[in-house]
Design a protein around this ligand. Sequence first.
Ligand code: SPQ
Length: 428
Amino acid sequence: MINKTIVKGLNGKITVPGDKSISHRAVMFGALAEGKTTIYGFLKGEDCLSTINCFRDLGVQIKVDQDKVEILSEGISSFKQPLSPLNVGNSGTTIRLLMGILSNINFPTTLIGDSSISKRPMKRVIQPLRQMGAKIEAKANDNLTPIKIMGTQLKGIDYKLSVSSAQVKSALLLAGLFADGITTITEPEKSRDHTERMLSNFGVEVNWHPDSLKISLKGKQKLQAKTISVPGDISSASFFIVAATIVPNSDIIIKNVGLNPTRTGLIDVLKTMGASITVENIQGEGYEPYGDIRVKSAQLKGIVIGGEIIPRLIDEIPILALAATQATGTTIIKDAQELKVKESNRIETVVNELKNMSADISSTDDGMFIKGCSNLKGTRVDSHNDHRIGMMLKIASLVAEGQTIVDNENVINISYPHFNQDLKSLLE
Ligand code: SPQ
């Protein structure tokens, strides 16, 4: 519970936990490679631990230490048939990327998850995998969990995605990696490219360029085990970037944040809205760039957000909506229909919960309208078991009059187990 009257500004330095998308991929690629892969900066959030558990169930040796994760594997051919269904918990990334990997394996598997996963669409992955020859069955007209995969030898395809999705793209690239022939994927807009970058890092030949919408690779390639350092998650940092912007008298530094250009849309948009954000000490060019982000309080102004930038900030829209409630003028978020199929329907949950706090916000079919300079009021709100909604509401409580209680806030452990400690340290 936080009371606005006692919030004097956010000050100090924090280091956010490792990037969730990169942590998942590091475990998967380490399991697919031959030899020992060591991962530093791994995110020990519930989603990434689900990925580890699935690969352990497939017989891969994975050791989780205080500062690193070690994976010992002899590659995909050494995977063993699991004794029970693989449980991905709440993680869309785990289930979709695993579908690509498991379609090539010579034994059957079943994938299940929690109640949120059981509502998320899987047809977008199943359809192209079937075109590659995969034998997959799913509930509700091939769309919902449980997913049953028979396992067979796939063949490469040339496939144009109808929605921009890093998970679909990655699932197909991982399937193509062990298929016969060449797999080529074209996206309508550029989604996050961690898979492409990490494939190159593990020694796979990928025909890819950071500015291109087309990626292709030849099948039957081997991955070489690696040491990987995971930068801080910009999606986790975004909650504090917005908090320091909208809470007066704030000045914070967030260290070692991933700055992959496919993920930095929030910084671009907030700067256009008038935020005071500077990025310093940029390192790691070529692989996954990272640096320190300094944020000071600033008055924002409303803008229109849509088009090709949406995939570059899709997970940051809940916190961006909160920022817009404190901006002057109106903010329109459009072209963001994908929000409806995340851990919750994020158009509905953002609009309803911010409305509960007296924001002037309404939903549209592909986004939301937000009238700014709202005096938010503390009340009882709900995360809807969506980690990003839970964190957005905790930050909303900093600028709301009176007390805010966030129900089901434990879901924050999905991606940011120390969120409350980091927030407290910046408020002290
Ligand atoms: O893994 P999950 O549950 O899908 O997580 C989310 C999130 O907010 O943490 C989405 F709800 O992030 C996705 C993201 O939206 C992670 C991801 C990835 O690692 O490949 C890609 C994005 O989804 P998409 O639509 O591009 O496939």
